[in-house]
Ligand binder design. Sequence first.
Ligand code: FPP
Length: 246
Amino acid sequence: MLQRALQIVEDEGLHVAIIMDGNGRWAERRGLPRVAGHRAGGEAVRRVVEAAPDFGITTLTLYAFSSDNWRRPSREVWALLRLLHRYLRAETEKCVKHGVRVNFVGRRDRLPPPLRAEIEQAEAVTAGGRSLSLRIAVDYGARDAILRAAEKLRGEAAGEVTRERFAALLGEAINDCLPARDVDLLIRTGGEQRLSDFLLWESAYAELLFTAKMWPDFDREDLAATIGEFRARERRFGSLTQLVAG
Ligand code: FPP
């Protein structure tokens, strides 16, 4: 069973999730407005998406806007949402060309309708992408997602309560087209060491990697280094080394 789980992980490629922290500090250190940091963060997103398939990553989940980020000053909130809208407009064609499937995960009902329309369009035209599944978490919070999935489960008349069923409902709860997938490696930039309500169910056995680098400075070499460190770690999934290896 464990061997099979590991085999599936290998066959599927890696699921890497990133908490892209440090945009604001990056900008403030340069005497720039925080929004400039988010813009530079958008460039880092382009670099990492381009590099990801070269490192065996088949699913990449990026935390772009948490449900708690609505508490930021409205200028910053709208600048971030505008940035996401522009990113989609500028990158969708490239994603189609490079086989990148784009999905937004999180709530949609609080997003501005034009952004929602752009998201739906990007998801539709990139749906056939097979080289990378790029999931952008927007208005996302893991605890609320888990609650919504639990609510769905409660509404089901019959059926067994299994992890697989719950993962399927969790996928639905965040508007994903697939069941929730376990995270292999979770990276957080910016020096803080916490999960900030990101992919709590999916990260049960994720390797956690924290780096002091600010997100706008993160590049292909940093991704290579983090993947190298991940590969050097021993994953036991609660078992013993010799059993996992055997
Ligand atoms: C955290 O840094 C970062 C965010 C809240 C936004 C992340 C968004 C991007 C990288 C922009 C574009 C995204 C895509 C997918 C195109 P922070 O502002 O909390 O930084 P700080 O801790 O230094 O203040």
